[in-house]
Ligand binder design. Sequence first.
Ligand SMILES: Cc1cc2nc3c(=O)[nH]c(=O)nc-3n(C[C@H](O)[C@H](O)[C@H](O)COP(=O)(O)OP(=O)(O)OC[C@H]3O[C@@H](n4cnc5c(N)ncnc54)[C@H](O)[C@@H]3O)c2cc1C
Length: 405
Amino acid sequence: MTTFSLDPGPDQTAVRDWLHGFAADVIRPAAAEWDEREETPWPIIQEAAKLGIYSLDFYAQQFFDPSGVGIPIAMEELFWGDAGIGLAITGTTLAAVAVLANGTDEQIGTWAPQMFGTPEDVKVAAFCSSEPDAGSDVSALRTRAVYDQAKDEWVLNGTKTWATNGGIAHVHVVVATVDPELGSRGQASFVVPPGTKGLSQGQKFKKHGIRASHTAEVVLDGVRVPGHCLLGGKEKLDARLARAREGTKGGGKNAAMATFEASRPAVGAQAIGIARAAYEVALDYARTRVQFGRPIIENQGVAFQLADMKTRIDAARLLVWRASWMAVNNRPFTSAEGSMSKLYAGETARFVTAQAMQILGGNGFTREYPVERMHRDSAIYTVFEGTSEIQRLVIARAISGAPIR
Ligand SMILES: Cc1cc2nc3c(=O)[nH]c(=O)nc-3n(C[C@H](O)[C@H](O)[C@H](O)COP(=O)(O)OP(=O)(O)OC[C@H]3O[C@@H](n4cnc5c(N)ncnc54)[C@H](O)[C@@H]3O)c2cc1C
């Protein structure tokens, strides 16, 4: 275990500066174009792969950095560049985390590298949990996984929605129910290997923000995957289902929730990246825009807005770093500190980007300036990876022990 420190140390500082350079020189200049195109920015993912920023090794190094804050620092810098491109570069990690959290060593070794491909032939991966009738309520998943013992294969049927990289991914990780009577305790995660028949992309969504990130439905029609694609293996699943049927404690580890819990501080860090970017534009603008014969920052009304923006960004970062450090050091999240960090960072991104638009006046309302895009991008941070209401529910239950609905 490492001591919690607000000094990331020389290694992490060097990584931060390196990523900041990539975000400033490559991501930010391309942001408006890919936002308008609403397409996956493959050339930028490729560029990131060539530099080693898009690779399993890079994320593993950040995750295991002893400071405990490697991942939030990386996310903040990339999303400071642009959130849509940032998500196109990092969306694969959600599927990778699902394999790392639930897979055997062999499964991790087989699938995690394939999710990223190579710098010459980059690939992306998708994590498919949400369904049309199961968003916040993950226990309501209907996608079924049935075991065909004769062939040692699992057969998946159902429709997934809102999947980042859904349909364009090389590897899909699908959460499905094995025993619907057990609710979330009867679910398991499956890898769907590249080129598997029966998996297709449904509608691709046209979105309000993060438009360079691909979001689509994924249809599973009689998809057959080998037995070894069940993450964690059948023996472990059977034991877990048996415990759940007996009502024994410990049988209820929900595959989807475990994945979300591990990734929440990282998502909070993405929101901080957007907020910091909008704050910097607004601060710059307030210093140079002259009205009534003086820069607008000399009005207390504007300066106080900036003071609140900066204070909330720093407070959000402290919550995210604490939660990330706790996760890396296996500290129990007794007050749902991971959810706390994501809740506060997401709300902060919405607040700060709205204030930034206001400070830019009419210019803030146009696509000539980036805060309009940042404001649109920030809106997803109170929705995905658990809405703000669901984060509050999780925190309220953790601190009270009460079955709050
Ligand atoms: C751009 C984008 C990318 C996404 N990427 C992925 C992905 O890669 N993989 C994946 O599996 N999913 C993904 N999602 C899905 C995302 O996680 C869900 O949209 C989110 O969990 C909310 O579910 P929902 O949209 O069905 O809303 P609902 O659950 O229907 O919620 C609607 C409203 O009701 C509120 N509400 C619901 N229940 C309660 C309650 N008990 N108490 C108080 N309020 C409540 C919610 O907070 C919300 O305001 C993505 C979504 C988007 C938009």
